[in-house]
Design a binder for this molecule. Structure first.
Ligand SMILES: Cc1cc2nc3c(=O)[nH]c(=O)nc-3n(C[C@H](O)[C@H](O)[C@H](O)COP(=O)(O)OP(=O)(O)OC[C@H]3O[C@@H](n4cnc5c(N)ncnc54)[C@H](O)[C@@H]3O)c2cc1C
Ligand SMILES: *[C@@H]1O[C@H](CO)[C@@H](O)[C@H](O)[C@H]1NC(C)=O
Ligand SMILES: *[C@@H]1O[C@H](CO)[C@@H](O)[C@H](O)[C@H]1NC(C)=O
Ligand SMILES: *[C@@H]1O[C@H](CO)[C@@H](O)[C@H](O)[C@H]1NC(C)=O
Ligand SMILES: *[C@@H]1O[C@H](CO)[C@@H](O)[C@H](O)[C@H]1NC(C)=O
Length: 415
């Protein structure tokens, strides 16, 4: 008899959990509220250790390559005068055994979805049920209820339902509200061909090359990079929150961005750096309020455990949100790996494994979460045009992660 598993949420964390847990005749059901399980645009990067899990351990390198995955070769920071302040080469294979990778979000999501649900891979395929919004969960009995009243049960419930998680409320017994962080992000993608015509931009940056560029001025910054073999260029523009709604119970955290207002906000940025913003379609400009969570007291209760943004939503300043979700998923797979051989499916034995996963993952994810919040602080003083920040704040933070079991061994060695 294999474990019966329900995963709530079909985002990157939920799909990754299905892949990591998929084994033998385990019955895995992913419940996704939206009608089509699909990710929206923008580039997403995975740090070397997470890319190694996805590309190596799960065997997805060639599929992702076909879809246009790119190695992130360097990280460059420019100041308001357009001068390069910091350049960190990111050839990380020697040091960390893998590269920092850039994907189109939709490509990564699609690839994970196939790996979780296709017959082609070992273990019974996971079933993805769309239009299935979970309204509540009983952590001890292992049941979830859908908004249509349907009740499903399993030995293990994985709450991968994102920053507004319903399972989190059930695990904690109370609401943990995601906090506005004072930052919002415009997100846009443009065809690289359009940018190649802008010679003042291409004199500074080759938008086809795998490289992350950041331009910083006080409390605003541009983070730019290519996706899909350099055919598209993605830009995230971080700005202080202005009139996004401050009501933390409000579920709408996105609004249409105003193109003129955005250009105004970046008026004193170098003119080459403003080019991609100018080329962005006003009609496709989204503005997202960025929220994160304070560290939670726990991630599990009984048969239910939280992973990904549901457990530790963090700011995108370190590009670690997806990587930490992948590491959580890998931990689920590792700790439940031999479960059927050694244990029964009782509440206490499942809760023991959940506890072990929580103990293994909590410090690392919480530290990276705090770090991401800290890195959002203005990087230049008012009136100062030079960037004063430690490059180590951006990169290299604990990339030396060899999976959950190894991490546990290292924790024990320190203790
Ligand atoms: C502007 C921005 C830029 C980012 N850039 C990066 C980056 O470069 N690198 C990086 O690593 N990370 C980045 N992130 C973070 C990253 O996107 C997330 O951390 C990562 O995708 C993990 O998300 P998740 O799967 O836990 O949650 P989500 O992606 O939110 O997925 C949750 C899923 O659960 C579903 N769901 C929710 N509630 C229910 C319910 N009650 N019932 C059923 N289904 C439900 C949702 O529909 C959704 O599909 C960025 C985030 C933002 C906002
Ligand atoms: C990306 O480049 C690789 C290697 O050149 C190629 O195999 C793949 O088809 C390309 N994919 C896309 C989407 O451009
Ligand atoms: C959320 O905020 C938007 C924009 O301010 C507003 O139009 C909407 O009514 C609010 N929704 C709720 C549920 O408060
Ligand atoms: C993680 O990084 C921090 C800060 O650099 C360091 O103190 C710590 O030792 C690292 N942990 C491991 C296990 O490498
Ligand atoms: C993570 O990086 C370390 C090197 O620091 C490497 O030894 C290890 O294999 C990597 N782990 C994974 C899971 O990729």
């Amino acid at each position: 008899m294999g474990l019966k598993i329900i995963i709530v949420g079909g985002g990157i964390a939920g799909l990754a959990a299905a892949i990591a847990l998929r084994k033998g005749d385990r019955e895995i059901t992913i419940l996704e509220q939206s009608s089509i399980s699909q990710e929206i645009g923008a580039t997403i990067s995975l740090q070397p250790n997470a890319s190694k899990i996805v590309e190596g351990q799960w065997g997805l390198a060639s599929t992702l390559r076909d879809r246009g995955s790119m190695v992130d070769g360097a990280f460059e920071v420019y100041n308001l005068d357009g001068e390069m302040q910091i350049r960190i080469p990111l050839q990380t294979t020697d040091k960390y055994g893998a590269e920092r990778m850039m994907y189109h979000r939709a490509d990564l999501h699609q690839t994970l979805k196939e790996r979780a649900t296709s017959e082609k891979f070992p273990g019974r395929p996971a079933t993805l049920k769309t239009s299935s919004r979970v309204s509540t969960c009983d952590c001890d009995s292992g049941t979830v209820q859908l908004v249509n009243g349907e009740v499903l049960s399993a030995d293990l419930i994985v709450g991968a339902d994102g920053i507004k998680s319903v399972i989190r409320r059930c695990v904690l017994g109370e609401e943990a509200i995601a906090r506005p962080t004072g930052l919002s992000a415009y997100r846009m993608m443009i065809p690289t061909d359009n940018l190649l015509k802008e010679t003042d931009f291409t004199k500074v940056i080759d938008p086809r090359k795998g490289c992350t560029t950041m331009v910083i001025g006080r409390d605003r910054r541009l983070i730019m990079g290519p996706a899909r073999n350099g055919s598209i260029y993605s830009i995230v523009a971080l700005v202080p929150d202005e009139n996004m709604n401050e009501d933390s119970a409000n579920t709408s955290w996105t609004t249409e961005g105003n193109h003129d207002k955005m250009m105004n906000t970046f008026a004193d940025f170098p003119s080459w750096a403003r080019k991609p913003l100018q080329l962005a379609m006003a009609s496709e400009l989204g503005l997202w309020q960025l929220r994160d969570l304070d560290p939670l007291p726990t991630w599990y209760s009984g048969r239910a455990i939280l992973i990904g943004d549901a457990a530790h939503a963090m700011l995108p300043t370190q590009g670690q949100g997806a990587s930490q979700s992948i590491e959580d998923a890998e931990a689920l797979g590792a700790f439940f790996n031999a479960f059927e051989e050694s244990s029964d499916m009782s509440l206490s034995s499942i809760a023991d494994v959940n506890n072990a996963i929580f103990k293994c993952r909590y410090d690392r994810a919480t530290t990276i979460q705090a770090y991401s919040r800290q890195a959002a602080k203005p990087a230049t003083e008012p009136g100062d045009r030079k960037v004063n920040m430690n490059p180590a704040e951006f990169m290299d933070y604990n990339c030396s992660y060899s999976g959950a079991i190894d991490w546990k061994r290292r924790q024990e060695a320190v203790a």
